[in-house]
Design a protein around this ligand. Sequence first.
Ligand SMILES: NC(=O)C1=CN([C@@H]2O[C@H](COP(=O)(O)OP(=O)(O)OC[C@H]3O[C@@H](n4cnc5c(N)ncnc54)[C@H](OP(=O)(O)O)[C@@H]3O)[C@@H](O)[C@H]2O)C=CC1
Ligand SMILES: O=C1O[C@H](COP(=O)(O)O)[C@@H](O)[C@H](O)[C@H]1O
Length: 503
Amino acid sequence: MSTNLNLSCVMVIFGGTGDLTHRKLIPALYNLKYEGILPDNFAVISVGRREKTTETYRNEIYESVKSFSRFKMDDEKWKELSERIYYHRQDFSDDDGYIRLNDFLNELDKKYNTNGNRVYYLAVAPESFETIVGKLHKHCMADNSNSWRRVVIEKPFGRDLKSAQFLNQKINEAFAEKDIYRIDHYLGKEMLQNIMVIRFANAFFEPIWNNRFIDNIQISSSEMVGVENRGGYYEKAGALRDMVQNHMLQLLTLTAMEPPVNLETESIRDEKVKVLRSLQVLTPELVKKNVVRGQYGPGKIEGRGVPGYREEERVSPDSKTETFIALKTYVENFRWSGVPFYIRTGKRMPAKSTEIVIQFKPLPEILYFKEYGIMEPNLLVIKVQPQEGIFLQFNAKRPGTSNIIVPVQMDFCQNCHAGSNSPEAYERLLYDVMRGDSTLFTRWDEVEHSWRFVDNIAQVWNDENTEISKYESGKWGPKEADELLARDNRKWWNIGEVSFKNI
Ligand SMILES: NC(=O)C1=CN([C@@H]2O[C@H](COP(=O)(O)OP(=O)(O)OC[C@H]3O[C@@H](n4cnc5c(N)ncnc54)[C@H](OP(=O)(O)O)[C@@H]3O)[C@@H](O)[C@H]2O)C=CC1
Ligand SMILES: O=C1O[C@H](COP(=O)(O)O)[C@@H](O)[C@H](O)[C@H]1O
């Protein structure tokens, strides 16, 4: 794509020296450049606190792109992009810093003809959101009278409903709702965008997508990595705020929502909010019964010994922060009444995987069931990552003289073929911010209702002084998570357990 005035902008990345910028944002910008999608009239200012020059910064992000981009390094393309990336040093609370930043922005506007358009990307810890937005407002840097000014807020948006409401109010004082992009990078993943298509563009799925045919739904996201160097942040967040409040509930809403009246942003968001409003209210009794929290201890990941969470950098040796959570809840509406939704996410588990498993109800126990006893259930698995696709398990007769019935599978993997290279979530999302499309970002009421659900859990954990369940690194969480399903005569479908079997 060549110059497009609407996309032209300067992107200011607050937190330009941070992990997210190095691992995701700069590589995503490079990928957009590589594909020719980035506008010509474009520049980046990375804001950090550390002392360094633009030249040093460019050398550092060159290494990050080499490590994390999905494309090989093309030195010519990199040169074109990196020449427009600048480092600006300031503390977020420093007024002089914003004055200098604003001058610099005006200078780049002239140099690159960026029209005064700005993306302010807050790749910073949640505690800094309010300070930065407040200062942008104070220094009239959010003023969009002659150009567009958009702000991207990373997650978690607040640490509970109250702080999220306060933060939202502060952001609204500076930016109009249409210019606020609350990012949840899971929404940028290919398969999340595909869930609606799978559901609403296939005649054989939608009619059975309800409590008459579905027995339960399992939404799991497991990681092999531990907390890495993010102990300071993670100690305050835990898996509940880090993953459930945002990514896991987004997966749930897309799975459970009603068909929107059309494909416009607000119509889709309206339906997602209805799901969040229908979530079962978790009373303290239900939290104690249906929510399991765990913390990884030492163990082995891919044969390599790894420390427990309490031994990690910037983690308290008696920390009670959960690195794993499993829960059961219901979407209390006409479609889903009686169908349990099981959610599970954790770090230091045996595989990196995000999947939605739809387990169908058994058929009446006559015919084959009478003859051959229990059969495997029909499963539809929406594979979000690392493989992207759909997996269907059904029963068939084993070929030969016997009448044995076995589960067989149809597996559609859209990123398994050579040459297939799905865009990274951040690529799609950064591009959407530049072109002003907020469909894949969360509206305020989605955030609000997610916090209502999560606060009920956090409140009980806060009040309770119980020990957290431990699990060995490299295992599928504490035994209580298995017991949660075993009580319902069900089991988790772990990655690797639902896969091709030889018949
Ligand atoms: N990392 C990840 O994988 C993901 C992160 N996120 C979210 O992204 C956000 C950023 O996370 P992450 O990159 O891991 O965080 P880091 O701790 O790695 O980076 C924080 C950044 O903020 C800067 N900073 C902090 N305080 C100040 C200050 N007072 N003045 C100026 N600069 C300051 C740091 O600058 P300096 O180092 O120079 O002091 C650094 O650039 C968080 O909201 C997180 O939840 C979301 C999804 C994934
Ligand atoms: O937002 C976050 O997501 C990552 C997991 O993202 P994925 O795209 O690799 O599945 C998680 O590691 C991190 O703790 C959390 O902040």
